[in-house]
Each structure stands twice: as C-alpha cells, then as structure tokens.
Design a protein around this ligand. Structure first.
Ligand code: FAD
Ligand code: 2HG
Ligand code: ZN
Length: 480
C-alpha cells in the first residue's frame, strides 16, 4: 500500500465533507474494491485512483472540482465506463480522482410543447429512452451499451450508434448543457433553444471533449414523435460495392424513413455464430456481407412494409441483394438487432483485438476496404478482419483480430502500432477520420497529431490551456 501525503489526506477529508464519507472510496479502506472504476471496459488498462468520488448534485461537483484545483489534483470524469478508448479510467499514479457521475441520474424536466427533456449527466441512456417513451416521445440515441452508458458519457464522446442516419450523433440531439468548469464555476447553459447566435458555441465545444474541458452535470435534449411503425430487414449482399449501392437505393425509396443502415462482414457474423449459436444468425454463410436496415414510418406498418418490399425487390433486380428477410414481429426485429449488437461481445470472447473506429466518405469505402484488407494480409499473415458498422454514416469498425489460435497479448505487443499506422495512413489517404464515434481517449492521443490538421491541433491546445490552465481535467486524453 502506498502512503498518502498530508495534502492528499486533507483533500480526501475535504471531499468526504462535501459528498459524504460513503461517497468517497479509497484504497485505505481494505474492504473497498475500486476495480470497477479503475479498469476500462476492454481491460486494456487497470489504473489506480487516489479516490473514487460520487457527487450527488451540481453544487457538490463544483465544490469537488474547487478542492481538487486548489491542490492541483487531476480529475477523471466517469459515467458508465463503457468507453472503448481508455478515456474514463485513472492512470497508474494513484494521484488522480475518478469523478463518478452515476448518482446524478435524475430526469429533471420534460417539456412536451418544446419537445425537450432535461436530465442529469449520470442518467443511464436506457432510462432516458424509457422516460421519453413514458411521456409519449422518442429519444433516438441507441447503442449496444445503452443499458449502462450514461448521457454524460454519450455527450463527452459525442456517441453515434445505430440511428445516426436519421437523427444524427449525440451532438445533434443536444440543445443545452450545465457544466462545471476546471475552476469549479457552474455554467448554466440548460437552454432548450433551437436558435441562439450569441457568440461562441460553448455547447458544441464541450460535446466530444471527453472530460478534458469541463464536467457535464446536466443536459437538455431533443425529443421526437414516436414513429407509427418501425420495420427491420436483413439482406445478404455480394460485395461492399453492392452494400453502398443498396444504401443509395434505400435513401431514394425510404427518404427520411431510413433510420439505420448497418453492414457486417462474414467473419464478424461467424464469430457471433460461434460464440452465441442460440442467436441463429441468418443468411451469413453464403454471403461475404450482410446489411441490417431499419425503416421508421410516420403512416403505418402496412405502408412501411410495402416500401421495404419494393426496395428489396428493386435491389434484387439490380443484383445488389441476393437474399433478404423482413422481420415479421417486434421480437424478430429485436433478435436481428441483438445479433448486430453482439459482434463486440463475440470479439471479446474470441480474444484481444485491435479496434478501429473510422469514417471515410461512403463512396470510397469499397476501395478503402479492398486496398487496406490486402495491405494488412501482406503485412500481418493470417490476420482476421472483423469489419462491421454504421455504413449509412460512413463509419466502419475496421477491427483486427489475431490470427486463429494466436496469443492475443503477443499479437497486440508485436503488431498494434504497425497495424494502427497502416490503417490510419490509409484513412488519411482516403480523406477520413481516425475516430468517427468512440473518441481519442488515451489510446489514440499519441497518433492524433499525425492525422489531424496541424492548425486544428494548435487551436485545440490553445483552447485546453485557456479553459484548463492547470491541466487537471482528464490530462493525457485527446491531447498527449
Ligand atoms: P465513460 O466510458 O464513463 O466515459 C467516456 C468519456 O467521457 C471519458 O473520456 C470520460 O472522461 C468522459 N465523460 C464521462 N462522463 C462525463 C461527464 N459527465 N462530463 C464530461 N465528460 C464525461 N459508442 C458509440 O459511439 N456508438 C456505438 O454504437 C457504441 N456501441 C458500444 C457497444 C458496446 C458493447 C460498448 C461496450 C461500447 C459502445 N460504444 C459505442 C462506446 C461507449 O458506450 C460510448 O463511448 C459511450 O458514449 C460512453 O458512455 P459512458 O457513460 O460509459 O462513458
Ligand atoms: C458498435 O457499433 C460499437 O457496435 C462498438 O461502436 C464497435 O466493438 C466495436 O468496435
Ligand atoms: Zn459503432
């Protein structure tokens, strides 16, 4: 056990006075297990926190930040800890505090006429969706981790998910924020306004800043009417070119009804079939790619089904779809989505892997995949590609699994940097982004300066210095 300094002991006493003893956990208490807050979801890093602090309201967050600022103590904000880029866990120094936001989970208000909901940052996404649904509305952000990720984390990472084609990223769903600054001041920006041109856009600066510029304590978010009908289809397509062609057709035929368009390669589905055979993956064996489409209709189910069938018929005529099924019931539709959402877990079962969360203009994705697959096969013999993701938004999870039977740890040690450089160089060549939705965190921070415009990097550093001159908010994340 490391011995704490007098300053650290005094700080912990102060944090306990602010949040209550039960809400400040430290390693000094032998019965406290801090691992759930110190270990990231992918088990890439197990840090060591000075303390895990669980504030109950915004005033407590502000007081905690002030106390930490006075001692120069770093703060790592954390929501559901489902992030995939090592952004929400402490480093190994034992000097940082984890600010866990999960106690701040209230729905503060729903304004039906303004179509907004105001929630605290620690509200779990699923609970937010349910609150919207109970009020007769839709909150459309949807992702595999929705049962445990929080809206604060979604805003911190500007999460994407499976309904971006129609509703946009978390950024597009947010109208206002309440934020505690690095100095412990509260910015009361919880406006439900759709138009406000009074200067710099601080809301959008905070969204996607991964806890490095301020701590989001609450948000006002957009609500939408529930669609009259939602239909899901699963199609086997002969190539990535065909998947892109089908996307074009779906835009034409479904218009704004096109809500989700996901692509999955055969190997990604074979992993789901191998590790979760009970999910009964359809149509994967005879096809290199499958596509999952969602159509939300404002009229009725019959209309949605008619549109979907016409789309799939015309896609089959043009050869971009070989076979397809349209879900007959809500439970069948859920089953198809469950298969798609299980790819990440199937990859975990298969072993350690290298994740890429990239975006490329949709038109260039087929060439990107063909060229980059070939380069990787040449450089890393036996490599297995788990390609899937949100093709409708040009966002691919271009993941790399160790060769069959290989040791995942050794694979990461020997190949991670080489594979990342190869893939990111290709992303640059195809004018894409090295992070489409998961963020930069710690995992991509060292690479970012090589792939982002130097002037943009300089402006980001200037903003960080201006807003957090002591570099206490999530240091080392985004900016290495
Ligand atoms: P955490 O992991 O706790 O934190 C993430 C980042 O946000 C950290 O940098 C943290 O410091 C910061 N942060 C957290 N709370 C706050 C706050 N209140 N104020 C300021 N900063 C804060 N992501 C997608 O975009 N799309 C997907 O489809 C998707 N699917 C996923 C599926 C699975 C199975 C898993 C495990 C993850 C998936 N993710 C996806 C990644 C992850 O769920 C998202 O990044 C999510 O937004 C993280 O939310 P969280 O509450 O868990 O945040
Ligand atoms: C998804 O789209 C998530 O399912 C996770 O963003 C992607 O596991 C991944 O790489
Ligand atoms: Zn994703």
């Amino acid at each position: 056990m490391t011995t704490l300094t007098q300053t650290q002991n005094d700080l912990i006493a102060q944090l306990r006075a602010i949040c209550g003893t039960a809400n400040v956990l430290t390693h000094e208490d032998p019965s406290a297990d801090l691992s759930p807050w110190e270990q990231d979801w992918r088990k890439r890093v197990h840090g060591r926190a000075l303390a895990v602090v669980r504030p109950g309201d915004t005033a407590q967050v502000a007081a905690v930040v002030k106390a930490c600022a006075a001692t120069g103590t770093s703060i790592v904000p954390q929501g559901g800890n489902t992030g995939l880029v090592v952004g929400g866990v402490p480093d190994g120094s034992g000097t940082q505090i984890v600010l866990s936001m999960t106690r701040m989970n209230a729905v503060r208000a729903i304004d039906p006429a303004n179509l907004t909901i105001t929630v605290e940052a620690g509200c779990v996404l699923k609970n937010l969706q349910t609150a919207a649904e109970n009020a007769g509305f839709l909150f459309p952000l949807s992702l595999g981790a929705e049962g445990s990720c929080t809206i604060g984390g979604n805003l911190g990472t500007n999460a994407g998910g499976t309904q971006v084609v129609r509703y946009g990223n978390t950024r597009e769903l947010c109208l206002g924020l309440e934020v505690v600054t690095a100095q412990g001041e509260v910015w009361h920006g919880l406006t439900g306004l759709r138009k406000d041109n009074t200067g710099y856009d601080l809301r959008n600066l905070m969204i996607g800043s991964e806890g490095t510029l301020g701590i989001i304590t609450a948000a006002t978010l957009k609500l939408y009417p529930q669609p009259a009908a939602q239909l899901t289809a699963w199609a086997a397509v002969p190539s990535m070119e065909a998947a892109v062609q089908l996307l074009g057709l779906a835009h034409q035929r479904l218009g704004p009804g096109l809500t989700g368009f996901e692509v999955m390669n055969q190997f990604s589905l074979s992993l789901v079939d191998k590790h979760y055979p009970q999910l009964r993956v359809p149509l994967w064996q005879g096809s290199p790619w499958c596509v999952l489409l969602e159509n939300s209709d404002s009229e009725n189910e019959q209309h949605a089904r008619g549109q979907f069938e016409a789309l799939l018929e015309s896609a089959m005529d043009s050869g971009c779809v070989h076979d397809a099924i349209v879900a007959e019931s809500l439970s069948q539709a859920r089953g198809l989505w469950h298969i798609r959402e299980s790819i990440t877990l199937a990859q975990v079962q298969e072993g350690l892997n290298i994740k890429h969360d990239i975006s490329i203009p949709v038109s260039r994705i087929p060439d990107f995949v063909a060229e980059t697959d070939a380069l990787l096969a040449r450089e890393v013999p036996g490599v297995r590609m788990v390609d899937f993701g949100h093709l409708g938004d040009g966002n691919l999870h271009y993941n790399v699994q160790a060769p069959e039977g290989g040791d995942g740890k050794a694979f990461l040690h020997d190949f991670e940097d080489k594979v990342n450089t190869l893939v990111f160089d290709q992303v640059l060549k195809f004018k894409g982004s090295i992070s489409a939705e998961h963020g930069v965190g710690e995992l991509k921070a060292a690479k970012l300066p090589y792939y982002k415009d130097p002037t943009a990097m300089a402006m980001m550093r200037a903003l960080k210095t201006a807003l957090d001159p002591q570099n206490t908010l999530n240091p080392g994340r985004i900016l290495a």
